[in-house]
Design a protein around this ligand. Structure first.
Ligand code: PGA
Length: 255
């Protein structure tokens, strides 16, 4: 019943793939396949592809997102992109705190929180990623890890701003490995994130929050995962680069 309150969101995370020319081709292939979607459809693309992606999807039902942004508006931060820059380009979405950023680029819960706040201050919708490592799951501390990540990331975020936050639960051991969490495991942690958010804000806010699952979601397993009561969508890596597979997932979320 609560699920009816929330719009499903299927977002592609292209990671470090596709040149601008290839991005245009991929989006042209995806566009007709998802045009009748009853869920929100998003493609998060490398910074250099953003303008091409915005142009290619203008007037369509595909929203475009970046894959990160810095917390400062400008300054001596070589290699970074700021939230006002994304805003100036009319980019509506941004992924923050992806486990690859945390693992390979030293991002912490504290810097994730700063980035979330900068993105929200600039009118962006944030796809905030949380998730445990395999060792943490094996130690039985998944709940604590994910609750802590969620609480720190949302520090200083108002209830009103929370309406522009999507949380993606991505168990690190399931990302790009072909090892998907079972539907029950995915739902259990998504439900825990929702109750954590209820504790920080209210159940009304938590019940309106879209929570995605991410980690080897594909055309075959999407329907079962999306059928879970607390799974409201997906953050899709590998399968988002294959138009037919991505469209199948969008279809599963549109039922
Ligand atoms: P995957 O990636 O679907 O390739 O596992 C998901 C993600 O990292 O967002």
């Amino acid at each position: 019943m609560n699920k009816a309150l929330r719009k499903a969101v299927i977002a592609g995370n292209w990671k470090m793939n596709k040149t601008p020319c290839e991005a245009r081709e991929l989006l042209e292939a995806i566009k007709p396949l998802v045009q009748n979607a009853k869920c929100d459809v998003v493609a998060c693309v490398p910074f250099v592809d953003l303008q091409t992606a915005l142009d290619a999807t203008a007037g369509s039902n595909i929203g475009i997102g970046a894959e990160n942004c810095h917390w400062e508006a400008s300054g001596a931060y070589t290699g970074e992109i700021s939230a006002p820059m994304l805003k100036a380009m009319s980019v509506p979405y941004v992924i923050i705190g992806h486990s690859e950023r945390r693992t390979y680029f030293g991002e912490t819960d504290v810097t994730v929180n700063k980035r979330v706040r900068a993105a929200l201050d600039n009118g962006l919708t944030v796809i905030l990623c949380v998730g445990e490592y395999l060792e943490q799951r094996e130690q039985g501390i998944t709940g604590e890890v994910v609750a802590l990540q969620t609480k720190i990331a949302l520090q200083g975020v108002s209830a009103d701003e929370l309406k522009r936050v999507i949380i993606a639960y991505e168990p690190v051991w399931a990302i790009g490995t072909g090892k998907t969490a079972t539907a029950e495991q995915a739902n259990e942690v998504c439900a825990l994130i929702r109750s954590t958010v209820a504790g920080l804000y209210s159940w009304a806010a938590a019940n309106a929050l879209t929570i995605q699952y991410g980690g080897s979601m594909n055309a075959q397993n999407a329907a079962e995962l999306l059928d879970q009561p607390d799974v409201d969508g997906g953050l899709i890596g590998g399968a988002s680069l294959k138009p037919a597979d991505f469209a199948e997932i969008v279809k599963a979320a549109s039922r």
